[in-house]
Design a protein around this ligand. Structure first.
Ligand code: ES4
Ligand code: ZN
Length: 328
C-alpha cells in the first residue's frame, strides 16, 4: 500500500544487524557444500523449519550452530556482501553491522580472515553499489571475560577496520560490568561503545543502569524495558542515547504481565528510537523494509514519525560530521 511504498522509498540507516544473523539458509547450504561441511537437513525448507525458538538462549543455539559453515575469508566476504546488497536494494544508505569474533576464533578461524573478508565486502559494496557501512565487534557476554579480552587483543591490530564494540549473546547473569575493562580498552583505542540490553530478561533494568552509568555507552541495543524507569529515561534523554530496537524480537515488553509497545513508548517518551532487522535470516527473512512495514502497523506510526525515526538513525551514525552531511 501507500505506507509500504513510502517506507521502501525512504533513505534508511541500520544499526542493529548481526552479520552472522543474515546467513540465509540458501547461502548456508551453498557454503556447506563449498567447505565440505555436512548439514543435518535434507534441503533449505527443512533447515528453515528448524528455526524454532521461544527465548533468547534457544534462539542463540540455532544462530551459533548456523555459523559452522563459515570457515574461510571468502565465506565472510560472501556473507557481508549479500547483506549489503540486500540492504542497498531496500534503500539503506548506511549500516553499522555487528559480528561475533569469539565464536569464530573458538572454531579455529583467524580473526584476520573474518575482519578482512568483511572489510573487502564493505569496500566493494561501497564502490559498486554506493552503500556505506562500518563494523562493530561484539563481546559474547556468556563466555568468560578472559575469552573476550583475547578476542579484543587479537582484533585491535585491525582497529582501523572497526568503528566500535558491543555486547551480545545470553544476557542472564552477564551484566555489562563484567566487561568494564574491555570497554575501557576499546574506548582508549578510539572505538565507540554500545551494549545489548535484551527485553524481558532477568535484571534488565539493572543492566540498562550499568550500561548507562558505569560503562557510559552511546547506544543501547533493544533496551525497551527502560520504559519502566522514568529515572533511567531521563538519563537517556539527557545523554542523547540512541535505542536500536528490533521490533521482531524486542518490540514488546511485559509490564505486570501486560504487553507494552516499545516503539510507541519510546516515541511518546522522547527517546531516540531506531528500527532494525537484528537477525533477518532467522526471523522470517524480514529485512528493514518488511520490519518497518510491520512496525508501522503495530505501533501505529505516522509518516512524520517514520521520518523522525530515520532522522534519529542518521544522527546516530558513528562517522565524521562532514561525511554525515552526505546523508542529510
Ligand atoms: C542477538 Cl537479538 C540478540 N541478542 C543477543 N545476542 C544476539 N546475537 C545475535 N542476535
Ligand atoms: Zn542483537
Amino acid at each position: 500500500g501507500d505506507m509500504a511504498r513510502f517506507i521502501a522509498a525512504m533513505p534508511k540507516a541500520e544499526y542493529h544487524v548481526h552479520l552472522e544473523g543474515t546467513l540465509e539458509a540458501e547461502m548456508k547450504f551453498a557454503l556447506a557444500q563449498r567447505n565440505g561441511v555436512k548439514l543435518p537437513y535434507a534441503d533449505v525448507a527443512a533447515m528453515k523449519r528448524s528455526y524454532v525458538y521461544h527465548d533468547l538462549p534457544s534462539f542463540l543455539a540455532i544462530y551459533y550452530d548456523g555459523m559452522n559453515v563459515l570457515l574461510k575469508q571468502q565465506d565472510f566476504y560472501d556473507l557481508a556482501y549479500a547483506y549489503l546488497a540486500k540492504a542497498h536494494a531496500q534503500n539503506v544508505l548506511y549500516a553499522e553491522m555487528f559480528f561475533d569474533p569469539q565464536q569464530h576464533i573458538d572454531r579455529g578461524i583467524a580473526v584476520e580472515a573474518v575482519i578482512e573478508g568483511i572489510t573487502q565486502a564493505r569496500a566493494d559494496a561501497q564502490a559498486k553499489l554506493g552503500i556505506e557501512s562500518q563494523l562493530i565487534l561484539c563481546f559474547m557476554r556468556d563466555l568468560t571475560a578472559d575469552n573476550a579480552m583475547k578476542a579484543l587483543d587479537a582484533a585491535l591490530p585491525y582497529k582501523d577496520r572497526l568503528v566500535g564494540v558491543g555486547l551480545d549473546s545470553d544476557e542472564k547473569d552477564n551484566p555489562p560490568g563484567k566487561f568494564a575493562a574491555h570497554f575501557a580498552k576499546a574506548r582508549a583505542a578510539g572505538l565507540h561503545v554500545t551494549t545489548h540490553c535484551d527485553v524481558n530478561q532477568k535484571d534488565t533494568l539493572g543492566h540498562i543502569r550499568e550500561a548507562l552509568l558505569d560503562i557510559g555507552v552511546e547506544r543501547i541495543d533493544h533496551g525497551g524495558n527502560i520504559l519502566q524507569s522514568p529515572e533511567l529515561m531521563a538519563i537517556a534523554r539527557q545523554r542523547g542515547i540512541t535505542f536500536t530496537v528490533c521490533p521482531t524480537f524486542s518490540g514488546q515488553i511485559l509490564v505486570n504481565g501486560k504487553p507494552v509497545d516499545v516503539v510507541r513508548g519510546m516515541l511518546d517518551n522522547g527517546l531516540k528510537v531506531t528500527l532494525n532487522s537484528d537477525d533477518p535470516a532467522y526471523m522470517g527473512s524480514e529485512y528493514i523494509n518488511e520490519v518497518m512495514v510491520k512496525a508501522q502497523i503495530r505501533s501505529n506510526l505516522t509518516k512524520a514519525e517514520l521520518l523522525r525515526i530515520e532522522r534519529n538513525a542518521f544522527d546516530a551514525a558513528w562517522i565524521a560530521p562532514e561525511r554525515k552531511a552526505a546523508f542529510q
